[in-house]
Design a protein around this ligand. Sequence first.
Ligand code: B12
Length: 664
Amino acid sequence: MSEAKATNAAPSSTRSLRVVLIRPSKYDDEGYVIRHFRGILPSNTLACLYSLSVDVRERGALGAGVTLETELIDDTVEKIPYRRIIRSHRPPYRRTVVCLAGVQSNQFPRAADLARRFRSAGLPVMIGGFHVSGSMALFPEPGPEIRELMDLGVAVVLGEVEESWEGLLRDALHGQLRPLYNFLEAKPDLASQPVPRIQPRYLKRFISSNFGTIDCGRGCPFRCSFCSIINVQGHKMRFRSVETVMNAIRENYRRHRIHYYLFTDDNFSRNGNWRPIFEELARMREQEGIPFSFCMQVDTQAFRIPDFVRLAARAGCSSVFIGMESINPQNLKSAGKAQNKVEDYRAMIAAWRDAGIAAHAAYIIGFPHDTEQSVAEDVERLKNELQVEQASFFMLTPIPGSRDHIQMVQSGAYMDPDLNKYDSFHETVRHPNFAPGRWQAAYERAWRSFYSFENMRDVLMRTSPENYWNVFRNFIWYKNSVVVENGHPMIHGFFRLKERTDRRSGFAVESRARHLARRLRDWRRLARAWLLLFLEMEELWLQTRKRSEAELRVLAELRKYREAAGRRLRTAELQIAYMKARVQFPELRVPSRLALSLRALNLGLTRRITDSRTDLRRFWHRTVRCWRRRQIFRIPPHKLALAAFRDLRLVLLFAFDLMRARTT
Ligand code: B12
């Protein structure tokens, strides 16, 4: 009996349905799953489908006595428990359906491997998301890769499922899944749909467990040729109601202390409810004291919408991801992005910065008028002239579902057949202005240039004290992805894992010994890269950190003491200086005597190195040189001890500041 028939053969006596929602990751170039010990961005699609399942269960919509359980698995941060999932499928009474969620084109090869594995064990499988939806929004027939899954008995679901999830689960329960469901024309009205529900257990796998996602609306009115959103979610904007959004945000704060969000709307400024949402958020912050903040995506004209920037700041917006794409007007014209006016960019960034909101430019490399030189010049302009706080670079990719893709198919132009590369950091087409490999090189140089020490320092010096740690943390995240993981920040998290046996089909599984040797090489490289990254970020902090008023006061007091005494200060005197500064700020909590002594001592000892670690770095270089030349006698032991002590203390101070910022 074929697998496809097997899924359709179950009697309707099934009493229990287990829905396993899996967000597939993607493979690296060596065929290993890109998975991290800790991720950065939790999946909104998982949260969305989870809330739909909970809603079906709470309404008892599958019928009396039918139990429905839902499990969330994120392949980017956790191992897939294949055996457990397969064992849980016990037809005819207990059925498990595997749902491959939010599958983008670059995740499709991984999703297809998962689908094959579960189908060969007889489990029903459904797949949805932008690859299948985008591809079939523009082509009447499924492509060969989609057809292959359908032939295996996988149910392919196109479009959004808010209004059809219940029906799909019912089909799964009764073993009646069809090969294809097309909801592309039936776009759901989002106003009263369940809002993405966050599972705290899932968030624990991410760097920050107080970080949530929510899509307050869908669709985009513009017509950019590289984008697939418009062809799947449409031009007409649809929004969730203000009430449901606010209830979810309040509930998440009350129950799970989630107070930082990524609004995943493609363009929040075109969400018809932006004003009441901002006003409600501002009220929540100001009257209920909830320390809410968020990041959103907007277009380049958003700053012109009356009150938009001002209210966004009051509502707690800390950064905006702006679809700037290019600073060459010819490129923008070729991409159909007529709404972007390069001459407005400076005023736009200034408007956001003046409101205390960091501007994050989305920048595409590889438009028709780009050359190696023009890309380098554009990045310099982004840094020095436009002075954006952050930038994300992408290589132009003909994403299935976009106009670019269909045009390339129709013209018969070369496109890399490996979908795993459609992640915006691989060359997938040939560019006439770049020799082979040079496009990739220009792209990588753009990252390194923007996230150079000098530019990060300049940005942090300009950043407001309130936004300092937001920007700083983003620098750690981005720099880690670019220099440690050699990848894209939107894919990479922290501490890469490589599962030996879970390798892409077509790649051989290595022996334990070979894999261990590979991992040892990786760890050696990683350890060095992390050390350098840590030292760079520590130096950045030393050179740019915003001192509190109390600290500035203490330093001023210390200067007075030192001038008057003309000698080294004793701890007791430092304590007095610290105490005096504290008296001026009665609102600050006065620490215990012990803490006071430690802090005073600390300030005393840091006075020579508070602005840089350069002297320490020089000392360690000299020491290493002496060591290598076997001139150990030239290293004074007391200096060695002092340098080690100072470095250790700096590490602790930096880590402490970072941790404190993480939890505020
Ligand atoms: C937020 C977002 C991200 C986040 C993801 C994390 C998060 N917080 O969720 C980040 C920033 C990490 C990201 C990264 C990237 N993204 Co992105 N991202 C988005 C964005 C803006 C919103 C996603 C979202 O939450 N949508 C709302 C959810 C609910 O919609 P949905 O995923 O489509 O799910 C619905 C249906 O598809 C369906 N469905 C989905 N799965 C399943 C499964 C089953 C079984 C069923 C029945 C139904 C079903 O039901 C859902 C509810 O209706 C989308 C655009 C968009 N509007 O969706 C782009 C988008 C998905 N990203 C895209 C791309 C290209 C990328 C990147 C490659 C690079 C880039 N250019 O940013 C990276 C790669 C990431 C990776 N490999 O993981 C493309 C994908 C196109 C494609 N064909 O592959 C999109 C469509 C944007 C575009 N420009 O075209 N992204």
